[in-house]
Design a binder for this molecule. Structure first.
Ligand SMILES: C[S@@+](CC[C@H](N)C(=O)[O-])C[C@H]1O[C@@H](n2cnc3c(N)ncnc32)[C@H](O)[C@@H]1O
Length: 277
């Protein structure tokens, strides 16, 4: 099993959308940068690997918060890695970004810490991938990542999809458990099993619950973002549906949910996962 289809996906139109929306996405997902690095700040001289680093927000934040650490961001998406490199140009030293499949790639020297913000749910063979990642870590090295809980618990993604469901050709079927994708690690028992079977120990899976402010200062701007990103956008792409035909219902739904300041905040649910090599 290899990751060819995900590699194509993240190097195609989806990768371009993530490049276009990187700044807005980073504002929305900022709480997870804090949740991931809060208690794992590496000591001076330590090395860190960021899996599925995308445009590099987590790597860059960690490099900015810790002293004298080296950070390597690894991602299969060439356009996102290119953006990460541009963003890191202003950072003095100790950070590099590499286009590689984290399921098989290894750093020259084992690292002290592996982190990821929503970048580890796309492996065709998660046990093999996490075994490879473990082999890239020093004895007792640490792993800490965020992954989404099920779609049904994530109103930020579910609400636009439900609002537009009647305009889709067919309701998107939930993917079979374990299928690579944003919600593949929704089941905590499954996450535990994958990590145990790949040799990780002292695993903890802790719920994270909060509201995410959708990008945009009005319902119209937030709707434009949700037509680009998330499961609704994916379903429209697969079914060849023009976003313009769906826009009206999404704007109306988000207007209904907007706060007094016009911003839309919706519930999000994730796991913060920790383990030791
Ligand atoms: C949901 S995005 C998250 C990006 C970034 N961590 C962030 O929070 O902005 C998932 C990322 O995982 C990357 N990815 C998917 N499969 C991968 C693999 N096998 N190895 C490395 N990166 C992968 C994608 O290219 C994409 O950038």
């Amino acid at each position: 099993m290899d990751n060819t289809s995900q590699i194509e996906y993240w190097n195609g139109p989806a990768g371009q959308k993530w490049v276009r929306d990187a700044d807005r996405m980073d504002v929305m997902l900022a709480p997870f940068v804090d949740a991931i690095i809060a208690s794992v700040l590496p000591s001076p001289g330590q090395s860190v690997m960021d899996i599925g680093c995308g445009a590099g927000a987590l790597s860059l934040n960690l490099a900015g918060s810790a002293v004298n650490v080296s950070v390597t961001g690894v991602d299969v998406s060439a356009p996102l890695v290119e953006l990460a490199k541009q963003r890191s140009a202003a950072v003095s030293a100790g950070i590099e970004f590499i286009v590689a499949d984290a399921a098989v790639w290894r750093p020259k020297e084992p690292v002290d810490l592996v982190i990821s913000r929503f970048g580890v749910m796309f492996f065709a063979d998660p046990v093999a991938a996490f075994a490879n990642i473990r082999a890239s870590v020093k004895p007792k090295g640490r792993l800490r990542f965020a992954c989404w809980r099920p779609l049904q618990e994530n109103a930020w993604a579910l609400t636009p999809l439900q609002a537009a469901m009647h305009l889709l050709t067919t309701p998107p079927a939930p993917p079979p458990p374990g299928t690579p994708g944003p919600f593949a690690f929704g089941d905590a028992d499954y996450v535990n099993r994958v990590l145990m079977d790949s040799g990780w120990r002292n695993i903890t899976v802790t719920p994270w619950d909060g509201d995410l402010a959708l990008p945009g200062t009005t319902a119209e701007e937030s709707a434009a973002f949700m037509l680009e990103m998330g499961p609704l956008s994916r379903a429209m792409g697969e079914q060849g549906i023009d976003p313009e035909t769906v826009k009206g219902v999404i704007v109306a739904k988000l207007q209904e949910l907007a706060g007094e300041d016009g911003r839309v905040r919706l519930k999000a649910a994730a796991w913060i996962v920790e383990a030791e090599a």
